[in-house]
Design a protein around this ligand. Sequence first.
Ligand code: G4P
Length: 528
Amino acid sequence: MSTLQQEVGKRRTFAIISHPDAGKTTITEKVLLFGQALQKAGTVKGRGGSGQHAKSDWMEMEKERGISVTTSVMQFPYNDRLVNLLDTPGHEDFSEDTYRTLTAVDSCLMVIDAAKGVEDRTRKLMEVTRLRDTPIVTFMNKLDRDIRDPMEVMDEVESELNMMCAPITWPIGCGKEFKGVYHLHRDETILYQSGQGHTIQDLNVIKGLDNPELDQAIGDDLAEQLREELELVVGASNEFDLELFLQGELTPVYFGTALGNFGVDHMLDGLTEWAPAPQPRATDVRVVEASDEKFSGFVFKIQANMDPKHRDRIAFMRICSGKYSKGMKMRHVRIGKDVSISDAVTFMAGDRSHAEEAFPGDIIGLHNHGTIQIGDTFSQGEALKFTGIPNFAPEMFRRIRLKDPLKQKQLLKGLVQLSEEGAVQVFRPIDRNDLIVGAVGVLQFEVVVARLRTEYKVEAVYEPISVATARWVTCDDERKLDEFRRKAGVNLALDGGDSLTYIAPTMVNLNLTMERYPDIEFHKTREH
Ligand code: G4P
């Protein structure tokens, strides 16, 4: 096996999907604790009032709110693998970047608050993972609290997310009575000790379900109940099947408490063993295998002002094949230029350091002076373009207006550039002089106004506008498209890349329009 193949085989690149407050930040802390990236868990995010800010906090807005605006990337070793965890902005900082990050990973961890079950944001994010049939590992969190019937929550995952569940561990009690989990594959019970959340615990393990030690440890009644329950569970649920998991049709399910740092290691064991190594990626000309010798990668995110002192922009690139080494030449395919990259950065839990080399599945940061756009491909000379890094239809809209009307040109330029970075999307209605800004998360609106002020010297304000959603429209028949353009013109606009977009005032309007024009295709995503 070549070094490249070995490096590819070692890597696991994943992201966490969850609803706000389900425990993503806490689980990230524990995962890093296991990865020994942090000495002691608890420094990922500065929580309200604690005064301690995470290493990755860099922007003023971020400091004020104690949230992480960046999608930082964390690399750490676990077992004999090298794990890349891509953080997905989740609270007010939820944005299109969250969606796009999910197109740059090979698997996802879904964290569910077991007291609440499947929530809204999780549903949305799962929809995005469906675009690539990304394999999903599930962690049912907060077992130290009273939760819903675990069987019921798994049923909810199956029916609402359309994915089979295969429990790998099974909880013994919950809340104050939480005793631990039984590991179905290892045939052992791992006992929970409360109050040990900040350390890696010495495990108290009882081998075998019929072991009398189990009765001693958790009591006769609970032990008997567990045995009966497990018979039911095994009968009623699916067995783990690697193929189905890799196709995104079945998820292994783990139970635990992130706060108590219990069960996170079981999940990581499963994830690092079963989740796929860097996968082949489609381009417009061929499928690129991770083990292809020639380097290639694509940009899925651009981050402005990573370092407030340097006002630079960093383009986050997912490496798809070959090896990056410091100083190498890469072809920036869209503009057809060869560039020498000597200062790419890697990300270690918020710290930026210079990468000497990096492999498929890794994320590197390129310094960007405005030439790099979301979706750009870099290669070693070959003219190819990775597909599947789309724009997502915004979910919130505002009309943007200038305080000084003479600066319309600067405003448009700023908005188009910010839309190329993926910060926001801009729409220009075809029949009037108006500018509509669309975003996936509300914080983006503030970010855009702040950046327009500092980087483009324009003062802009928002006005409310009644828009429910946007869809990119295409049609194979030019004549029908023209007719649509004439008849539905009031609701049509061009986006930052001049693609035709239907701006729907209401969902009802959208549905009616789709019915009325069956030959027109309405898309929720747009490829760059
Ligand atoms: P998020 O990133 O998904 O939004 O969730 P986060 O980890 O910030 O967790 C949200 C809240 O849930 C936090 O409480 C956190 O401590 C708590 N939490 C996470 N995992 C568990 C768990 O296993 N058990 C219990 N009981 N709670 C858990 P908070 O009060 O909002 O923050 P904090 O002030 O306690 O840090």
